[in-house]
Design a protein around this ligand. Structure first.
Ligand code: SF4
Length: 383
């Protein structure tokens, strides 16, 4: 297939739906309980809701929407640190747009900007570097955020800044890693995931090999998955095929983009600039070992955490917020007590309502609102 419409073809989707139903029925008859399949990546969550893929699946398949939206898992203490940096008079604080509205304990970056902080939206870390060149008397900080997908561009920007000897540019590094997080999910007592749709864009950088432990040690199937509706349906069918056949392996459905060995240039840049942190805090999931990176000592001059003193407090989410339970698949987004009422995309209480890739925002924007109200009433969630 070549054109995007072909990846959204209704006839092919219907054929895959039938194959999924057929296998799911046989698996359910054998196991007697629904399968829980996790799409790790927020991009997949977005596609699933946008195209109504959940409604195409039988009840014997439950999709668990994983923590793969970096904006959604950013803890409040890190947002507070961003705001503190942005409020310094000498600083131009640059960020991707979707991080602007993530609530901290007092303010979001957008609210800080409205109150006078110099917060600017950029499309690339190179835009931030260009601002540093243009304003040599200011300190330009780039809010580095994302999984391995965005790490290469940040790393290459640091290398370029070092090459040009630009002294007024630094990163507030919040890059996080996929593999240790999948391991933490598999080790978690309250999660029973039967298989994974692995993130296609992360895999484009890291390749297939880092995911082999999921099959080798945990005996769970994993399919590297693209982002169009047929990609998701085909990958679900591939997961079912493994479960039905009683085997597990890493399969690459997204081979039109993901090379088995990943992207050498991207990986080299990452390893040159970053090293693993011992642990990193995730909103709703707590601290996960080796789940984040920091800038290596060699490039310390470009590390905003070393350059400026930061409070770096751990701040709990509001009591009514149930983001952690949604991220673990313990409850569905609509089962959160504040879903759609105190928490909505216009005024998000939790981070899962901020980004279009957050599970709650996806349910809110693309879910059948009447059906959601009915479900909430039937399940005793006050409306
Ligand atoms: S509705 Fe809001 S508070 Fe509740 S889980 Fe979703 S984002 Fe978090």
């Amino acid at each position: 297939m070549k054109y995007v419409d072909e990846f959204r073809d209704p006839e092919r989707a219907a054929a895959l739906q039938q194959r999924i139903k057929h296998l799911a029925a046989q698996i359910f008859a054998r196991r007697g309980r629904p399968l829980q399949l996790m799409e790790f990546c927020g991009g997949h969550t977005h596609t699933i809701f946008r195209y109504g893929i959940e409604q195409l699946l039988p009840d014997s398949i439950e999709l668990v929407h994983g923590p793969g939206c970096p904006v959604c898992v950013l803890p409040r203490g890190r947002v507070d640190d961003c705001v503190a940096l942005a409020q310094r008079p000498e600083v131009i604080f640059t960020t991707f747009g979707d991080a602007m509205r993530v609530p901290g304990s007092r303010q979001s970056l957008l609210e800080a900007k409205a109150a006078g902080a110099d917060v600017r939206m950029v499309y690339s870390p190179l835009d931030a570097l260009a601002l540093a060149r243009k304003h040599p008397s200011r300190e330009v900080i780039f809010f580095a955020l994302g999984f391995e997908t965005t790490m290469p561009s940040t790393a290459l920007t640091v290398l370029r800044a070092a090459g040009e000897n630009i002294g007024n540019f630094s990163l507030f590094c919040n890059h996080i890693t996929t593999v240790p997080t999948i391991k933490a999910i598999l080790d978690s007592a309250d999660m029973k995931i039967d298989g994974f749709l692995a993130p296609g864009h992360v895999s484009m950088v890291v390749g297939e090999t880092p995911f082999h432990f999921v099959c080798d040690h945990y005996h769970k199937p994993l399919v590297i998955t693209g982002f169009e509706p047929l990609d998701i349906l085909q990958s679900l069918w591939m997961l079912l095929r493994q479960i039905h056949g009683g085997y597990c392996s890493v399969e690459n459905q997204y081979s039109r983009v993901v090379a088995s060995g990943g992207n050498d240039a991207g990986l080299n840049a990452i390893h040159q600039v970053f090293e693993l942190r011992e642990y990193f805090e995730w909103r709703g999931l707590g601290s996960i070992d080796h789940s984040g990176v920091r800038i290596r000592e060699q490039y310390a001059a470009f590390d905003a955490e070393r350059k400026f003193s930061l409070v770096n407090l751990q701040i709990a989410d509001p009591k009514s917020c149930q983001c952690g339970e949604v991220l673990k698949g313990v409850i569905r987004p609509w089962q959160c007590k504040v879903f759609g009422e105190q928490c909505n995309p216009q005024k998000p209480l939790g981070a899962l309502m901020v980004s279009s890739e957050g599970a709650c925002a996806a349910y809110y924007n693309f879910g059948d609102q009447q059906a959601l109200i009915r479900l909430r009433e039937e399940n005793g969630v006050s409306v």
